[in-house]
Ligand binder design. Sequence first.
Ligand code: HEC
Length: 282
Amino acid sequence: MSTFAIVGLLACGSDRDPGAANHESQDPSSPSGDLTFRRHGDLVTTLSLAELARAFEPTIVTTDDPYYERRKRFRAMPIEPILERAFGAPIDVLRRESFVLKARDGYAVPMSGERLLEGGAHVAIDDADAPGFEPIGPQRVSPAPAYLVWSRVGQASLETHPRPWQLASIEIASFEALYPHTVPTGEPDGSPAMRGFELFRGECIRCHAVNREGGRVGPELNVPQSIVEYRDPEFLRAYIRDPLRFRYGAMPPHPGLDDADLDALVAYFRAMSTRKHDPDAG
Ligand code: HEC
């Protein structure tokens, strides 16, 4: 079985929860807030953004920002020296780890070390042109105190290069260790359920839990009832591709998923409906 590390991103609110709204503007010269770093569940260190900004002089990073839908300039620091300082390990070692980036609102995006450390990832601590950041996402929250941005051409897609805002923690964790009950154990490699799992892990788990493991921005999809026990497959396929056709909400459209992908996701949900694990069940 493939082992897969996840990087914990900071909690960000991207497409997420209005509860984390923060409209206070900040003194751009002195960012407030902390980032927490964990390894396999254990706290490694907490670093204040002010401390990081003193150590690693922020520069101006220009990026085509998919949330703001225009070119933006941020005061930002590259992620590499921050992770080296926090974990006390060189980049080529960290690149072999898996990470999870967690935002304050429960958004939790798994990311391979290879992706996170491919170059271009920056921790933005302010908007260079609008001090205190402009509100972001459907709920119009502030991305402060920290927003992950990517600076390179080819890093503008949120599917491949997620941008957690309100980043709270960055964790080293293997996917299987972090979310063991989301795996459709026993399904053959290459089966639709396995393909659906890969898709779910890549694009959905950052916001949704299965068996109480995963992000908390969207609803849990397997317990107490599986989504396939109260929604029909036709609805699921249509909703996942274009949720805003049904209701305005914080679930982003997935126009890139084709019919086979949507069938695979449904197959994954069916497989998980026979593998329920609910630690909270009375
Ligand atoms: C950025 C966060 C986010 C991502 C990524 C995301 N979702 Fe959602 N999803 C939500 C939220 C929030 C809701 C609830 C929306 C609402 O109630 O209007 C939701 C709702 C749903 C529902 C419930 C529909 C219903 O009416 O019962 C399903 C099924 C679903 N998402 C599947 C997926 C799948 C599959 C993916 C990956 C392809 C995915 N979501 C990716 C946030 C997300």
